[in-house]
Design a protein around this ligand. Structure first.
Ligand code: ARG
Length: 461
């Protein structure tokens, strides 16, 4: 226990399995930059409070940069007793600049406010990077929506053919989900950007340190106002895990649509070889594994959210070691989402569509609502026209006709005298789509407007 930073009061050795069980260095070393920045600016605060000399500060800063270089190049040598990234960096700093000066860095700081601060810095940067690749995904979708604006396809409810829509309208659906995700990400980033540093283990700082000054240097918007909360709070981790889960929920639905559209029965889209795999037995198979993994990994991310909430729910106030369990689910979710965004971007940018199949899947019964609307335009109440249009559907069926467009004008007049020869204008898919001009609709003008609106909400690159 001599090796251990907290070893002073201990006489017995810890069990080796306990050392391993307790350690977080294998997974928290990815926060090395945040931890070094933490010490860099915390010591500036110590200087300001008269607890360090300028020479000592310079030595500390020199040592921290040596350590940063070691982590970056992969040459940092881990030693027994390096429990986590905080103890590893502190031990190494002592070796580089001498224990006398290095030993002053932790004055008034606890690993409790230290780890809470590192996590917020790490998360802030991870979300920043996530936002950028998410905007690339949105741009890739909007790009297709623009170039393939003329393609029509069936829109579905209950997976039953419902009404004709533009393929771009379907694309915009997911561009909209992902844009909301992007906006939500910014809000979480803003909310978490407060500094816990300078709260010590739980009770606050005894040397009148200027927390706001340190927070500003670390790029925070302010300080957490209660020292107990500063070390207790991991709600930002929960929020990020929720964000990841909801995003994966959207990705999963997006994938599910495309899996269905890529079956031979639909044949609307064809996945590029780059994102498909074959079967070890059936030579003809081309499977949408990328989409299935996007769908499947959503389960894993939801698991991280619910698992960590379980860990958190009964922890007494302030720091308890359970809180170290925030890291693995968070890091795993962040990596999974990052890869999922990149794969989804690849899939959507390389997908081939079959316009003819999409158009040929449109059937005249999908214009039954438009037929009802035709009479509405002649002043008939919708409830009545709905009924009349239903009669036309059933009459066409009874006469064994291929669709409601095959009934003659006379047959229409038999159903209702308010039908005229202009009823034939109803049976046009393009015209049906083009009537939906109101905001949010599937007419070309409305779809283009949605694309413009979405573009304005994402990063401009
Ligand atoms: N590795 C720890 C964690 O991730 C750092 C905080 C340790 N604090 C303590 N009081 N043991 O939570």
């Amino acid at each position: 226990s001599e090796l251990k930073l907290w070893g002073g009061r201990f006489t017995g050795k810890t069990d080796p399995l306990m050392d391993w069980y307790n350690a977080s260095l294998p997974f928290d070393q990815k926060m090395y930059n945040a931890d070094l920045d933490n010490s860099k600016y915390y010591t500036e605060g110590l200087l300001k409070a008269g607890l360090l000399s300028q020479d000592e500060l310079s030595e500390i800063h020199r040592g921290l940069e040596v350590i940063r270089g070691e982590w970056a190049s992969g040459s940092f040598v881990e030693k027994d007793g390096d429990e986590d990234i905080h103890t590893a960096n502190e031990r190494r700093l002592g070796e580089i600049i001498g224990r006398h000066i290095a030993g002053k860095v932790h004055t008034g700081r606890s690993r409790n406010d230290q780890v809470a601060t590192d996590m917020r810095i790490y998360c802030r940067e991870a979300l920043e990077d996530m936002g950028k690749i998410l905007c690339d995904l949105i741009r890739a979708i909007l790009q297709r929506a623009e170039t393939e604006i003329d393609v029509l396809m069936p829109g579905y409810t209950h997976l039953q053919r419902a009404q004709p829509i533009r393929w771009s309208h379907w694309l915009n659906l997911y561009a909209s989900y992902f844009t909301e995700d992007f906006k939500r990400l910014q809000q979480i980033k803003e909310r978490l950007n407060l500094s816990p540093l300078g709260c010590g283990a739980l009770a606050g700082h005894p040397y009148g340190i200027d927390r706001e000054y340190i927070a500003g240097k670390l790029g925070f918007d302010g300080c957490i106002g209660n020292s107990l909360q500063a070390v207790s709070d991991r709600d930002f981790v929960v929020e990020i895990l929720f964000w990841c889960s909801l995003f994966m929920n959207h990705v999963s639905r997006f994938s599910e649509d495309l899996i269905i559209y890529s079956t031979a029965e639909f044949g609307f889209v064809k996945l590029s070889d780059a994102y498909s795999t074959g079967s070890s037995l059936m030579p003809q198979k081309k499977n949408p594994d990328s989409l299935e993994l996007l769908r499947g990994k959503s389960g894993r991310v939801f698991g991280s959210l619910s698992g960590f909430m379980m860990s958190l729910k009964s922890i007494p106030s302030t720091y308890n070691k359970d809180m170290q369990e925030d890291k693995e689910p968070l890091f795993d979710a962040l990596v999974t989402v990052e890869h999922s965004i990149l794969i989804a971007t690849g899939v959507i940018s390389t997908l081939a569509i079959n316009k003819e199949k999409m158009f040929n899947a449109l059937t005249m019964d999908m214009l039954a609502t438009d037929l009802a609307d035709y009479l509405v335009r002649k002043g008939v109440p919708f409830r009545e026209t709905h009924h009349i249009s239903g009669e036309a559907v059933s009459k066409a069926e009874k006469l064994n006709l291929s669709g409601i467009d095959k009934l003659t004008v006379e047959q229409y007049k038999e159903i209702d005298s308010r039908f005229n020869s202009d009823v034939v204008d109803v049976f046009d898919f393009e015209a049906s789509v083009e009537r939906r001009t109101a905001t949010g609709g599937t007419a070309k003008s409305a779809v283009l407007k949605q694309i413009e609106t979405l573009k304005k909400q994402i990063l401009k690159i």
